[in-house]
Design a protein around this ligand. Structure first.
Ligand code: ATP
Ligand code: MG
Length: 335
């Protein structure tokens, strides 16, 4: 499969007065053309900083200190200023969790989408841009687009605002759409609709999506392949079916158990014991071991590498897990 984005050994650290915070600590992610890739993990694991690194929007005292980010074979890290702004406007767009912060409250959503269109297509006039905006409103499933066109952001529901944001992100027909917790603020029915909409856009337009979420249930809905992040590192990565069928890391196992299930009795929520460690004081060895139910003495001493796991799902591609328990069954690369 052709690769669209390749992140190799990315390190984004924050240099604070109290010490260095390794928010992203050697992460490698591949996004094939026309795919939906999930990045999942608890709060503070480095998901957003990975996304911000791709966009080169990391703020001081944060800095990308190592690694490469290639889009269609071109290293984005050698770009700066205008060139990167160009990439952000044309090839990659990003959707944030709370659209209220990304939309301007004093302009109608119609005006904001129309302006976004005119920034990308200099040669079209206002009338044409309005027609395109209404087409986009239709494409993202906004009912009564003519009426909504003149609404201000605060007059729309959370779900409709998120649809406007997705519409804005589509204006430039990006190759890659990064969606950082796009449905966290929405209720489950609206969440399902928005996920379905993103999947539809990916299928119809061939846009790849990097979907960031703390919820493995969301990943299961639309992702082809998933990266599970913990304290700045990828702990497990696999095809979505494979990840659910052949969970190989205890952290992923914990996230699986935390997916809300409504049972006949009452809703029971599992929580992984303990908390994400302070990144400035990471434990020696495996960073998950203080919370791991299967930790062995070795796990407190050495950091495990990513082992290649034998897959159980056919055509699942490669499956890796950063756990010593996978060492004995490791599949060796033939290449
Ligand atoms: N300005 C900053 N100064 C110091 N550390 C920071 C700063 N911004 C982020 N970090 C650190 O980077 C780590 C990763 O943050 P990030 O926002 O990527 O987490 P996340 O996985 O997106 O979490 P969430 O699910 O809460 O959005 C955090 O643990 C935080 O401590
Ligand atoms: Mg985040």
């Amino acid at each position: 499969m052709d690769e669209l984005l390749r992140i190799n050994n990315l390190k984004t650290h924050f240099f604070t007065k109290k010490g260095v915070v390794p928010a992203v600590d050697g992460v490698s992610i591949s996004v094939p053309q026309s795919s939906v890739i999930g990045v999942v993990g608890e709060s503070g694991c480095g998901k957003s900083m990975t996304a911000m690194s791709i966009m080169q929007l990391v703020q001081k005292p944060g800095r990308i200190i190592d690694g490469s980010i290639e889009l269609e074979g071109e290293d984005l890290l050698k770009y700066s200023g205008d060139n990167m702004r160009n990439i952000r406007g044309n090839k990659i767009s990003m959707i944030f969790q709370e659209p209220m912060t990304a939309l301007n409250p004093v302009y109608t959503v119609g005006r904001q989408v129309t302006e976004a269109i005119r920034i990308h297509h200099h040669d079209i006039d206002k009338e044409e841009a309005k027609k395109m905006a209404l087409d986009i409103f239709n494409a993202v499933g906004i009912p009564e687009p003519d009426r909504r066109f003149n609404s201000y952001p605060h007059q729309l529901s959370g779900g409709l605002r998120q649809r406007v944001m997705i519409g804005m992100a589509m204006v430039c027909n990006p190759r890659l759409m990064i969606a950082d917790e796009p449905t966290t603020a929405l209720d489950v029915t609206i969440e399902a609709q928005i996920l379905f909409l993103m999947k539809k856009l990916q299928e119809e337009r061939g846009t790849s999506i990097l979907l960031i979420t703390h919820n493995l249930g969301v990943v299961a809905e639309i992702c082809d392949y998933v990266y599970v992040m913990y304290a700045g590192k990828v702990m497990e990565q696999a095809n979505t079916f494979e990840l659910f069928k052949n969970t190989s890391h205890q952290y992923t196992e914990g996230l699986m158990k935390s997916i809300p299930k409504i049972t006949a009795e009452k809703e029971r929520l599992y929580n992984i014991k303990g908390v994400v460690p302070n990144l400035m004081k990471l434990p020696k060895g495996c960073r998950f071991c203080p919370r791991c139910e299967k930790a062995m003495p070795r796990c407190f001493m050495e950091e495990p590498p990513l082992y290649k796991v034998k897959t159980v799902v056919e055509n699942a591609g490669e499956h890796y897990a950063r756990c010593f328990l996978c060492e004995s069954s490791e599949v060796m690369n033939d290449d």
